[in-house]
Design a protein around this ligand. Sequence first.
Ligand SMILES: *Cc1c(COP(=O)(O)O)cnc(C)c1O
Length: 372
Amino acid sequence: MECYESLAIAGVQALQPYQPGKPENELKRELGLDKIIKLASNENPLGPDPRISHKLPSLFAELARYPDGSGFELKQALANRLNVRPEQITLGNGSNDILELVARVFLQPGRQAIMSNHAFAIYQLATQAVGADCVAANPTDGINGPLHGHNLQAMHELVSERTAVIFIANPNNPTGTYLPSKQLKSFIENLPENVICVVDEAYFEYVEADDYISAMDWIVDHPNLIITRTFSKAYGLAGLRIGYSVSSIEIADLLNRVRQPFNVNAFALAAARVSLLDDEYLSSSIKVNQKGLYQLGQGLNTLNLTFIPSVGNFICCDLERPSMPIYQSLLRRGVIVRPVENYQLPGYLRITIGTESEINFFLNALEMTLSE
Ligand SMILES: *Cc1c(COP(=O)(O)O)cnc(C)c1O
């Protein structure tokens, strides 16, 4: 018998598939529970922007046609909003798609991508899938930066001739930590120009910290920068799969060469445009998240649990014991959260900010679980 695994390229043999949050329906089937709350995938608890459901039915008639592969109208709308040129934008089937395009354009066996330990899992997957090597930088330790945050000094020290790409999540998932813009800017200024630096701003809209701004304005001076954003989080469109990057036109042209011609579907293109019409939904997402961050933080304090201060739409909580049994017990109570063992954070659980009542339901379930 042929062992097909041995035929796969080395990077793929070593890959662990991405572990998504457990779907609600799966838990319903397994446990026959009526009430299930899912706070496992950093989805928007408001549900999608209601204006989108009015818009989408008119698209059914068009579904036999391919979508606009250039995403012309959405790129125009984004370019206006972001004050960049449409040619700088690359649309992706989620921003994950963009991360893979970057890996396919700039990485290959023999080249390295640098990322922080505890950084978003997709960086490693995308890197290994094309046969390149991941180099993980030690995180900050609570003294030189937040506990488990990105350590730019450590990342800088790892740069070598083999370094082709650096992935930085700002803010990062699953830690919820962020890099103050001054620090990040000086890191980028000191980076060799032939190293591509991806700044993943999936949670950008949520951040209220005064010392945080987007890295997008720096592209003019640093054409090795690629900023990625998504409609999956604050815009509530995770199920449609749409994200984008802003980069120099030259890099956008390279990403476009490996992009599937119709990588973004017609619903996603239309829905994203509707969400850019005004910011009412976005503002309420942000407001609900700020309240929820506070509520969940307070609740965890009351349970004497510590957590990594977060600027995203989730909190990574230190249980000070293995998280898997707690995760399992919460499942039996109808609450899905995310263990983050695969991020080398075995004592932590990541909890997405839900509605007020979802957070209360979670806190009650956690309290009962901890007193078992
Ligand atoms: C959720 C998330 C994304 C977005 O993924 P999509 O493919 O756009 O849904 C990207 N980066 C990070 C760090 C994330 O947590």
